[in-house]
Design a protein around this ligand. Structure first.
Ligand code: FPP
Length: 247
């Protein structure tokens, strides 16, 4: 039986977040430059989008470039930015054909102007699509996001827009970049690294974490389905007992 058919469509995570890791190592194993790994990583992005649409996942966040990635060699940064623009150019039609809406989170004003323009075009161009939200985390780090949220909350308190005593967990969520999306229920990280790396720290509070040895450029639809099937085996207790949740 194909893996896709084994998935229970009534229990699919509403939001899947992926740390796409291992591009550099994949390229090195082939004796190629790191950028070759990133270029092949685009195939895995495409496969994940296809798998998300087929399974009915409504939100997919991809960690495409972290705040810390600005410390990489300038040539790799430039190549990644170019790849981002090329990928958007190449995939826009497919996004629209599959009703995929593009969003970004992160400090996108720090991206090169060409990237910002291209992203904005694609965001506008896909804004009526409803099947899947593709959320690209770009120049993103969770501590940056939380710091900003705290600053903005403090400003709104100072201006009397909100009352400090009325700040709830929900309020914090509303000040994060992800305010319009549900929290991820499943986080996948490839390449055998077991870290969260400053990714959606607040939002992943109750997410199931799934780690695979597969390097990102090798990640395909079946790998996505395997992660979903693993998620469906987990018992999500949210701090309660097994008896409570099965009652
Ligand atoms: C991590 O692998 C990957 C990145 C920092 C970049 C991810 C980018 C892509 C997959 C390409 C474009 C994506 C989109 C959405 C257009 P790494 O370089 O850290 O690998 P390593 O740990 O083996 O060195």
């Amino acid at each position: 039986m194909a893996l896709l058919e084994k998935i229970n469509k009534t229990n699919v995570p509403k939001h899947v977040a992926i740390i796409m890791d291992g591009n550099g190592r994949w390229a090195k194993k082939k004796g190629m430059m790191r950028i070759f790994g990133h270029q092949n990583g685009v195939k895995a992005v495409r496969a994940s989008l296809e798998a998300a649409v087929k399974t009915g996942v409504q939100n997919l966040t991809l960690y495409a470039f972290s705040t810390e990635n600005w410390n990489r060699p300038q040539a790799e940064i430039n190549a990644l930015m170019e790849l981002l623009v090329d990928t958007i150019n190449g995939e826009l039609k497919t996004l629209n054909e599959n009703s995929i809406r593009l969003h970004t989170i992160g400090n996108t004003t720090s991206l090169p102007q060409k990237c910002q323009t291209k992203l904005q075009e694609a965001i506008n161009n896909t804004k009526h699509n409803t099947k899947l939200n593709l959320i690209l985390a770009l120049s993103y780090s969770s501590r940056w996001e939380i710091t900003n949220a705290v600053k903005n909350i403090a400003k709104d308190v100072a201006e009397g827009k909100i009352n400090a005593d009325q700040i709830e967990e929900k309020t914090i969520g509303q000040y994060l970049n992800t305010s319009q999306f549900p929290d991820p229920e499943l986080m996948i990280r490839t390449s055998g690294e077991y870290r969260i790396s400053n990714f959606l720290l607040w939002q992943l509070a109750y997410a199931e974490l799934y780690f695979t040895e597969t390097l990102w450029p090798d990640f395909r639809e079946d790998d996505f389905y395997t992660a979903i099937l693993d998620f469906q085996k987990r018992e999500r207790r949210f701090g309660m007992t097994t008896e409570q949740i099965t009652a």
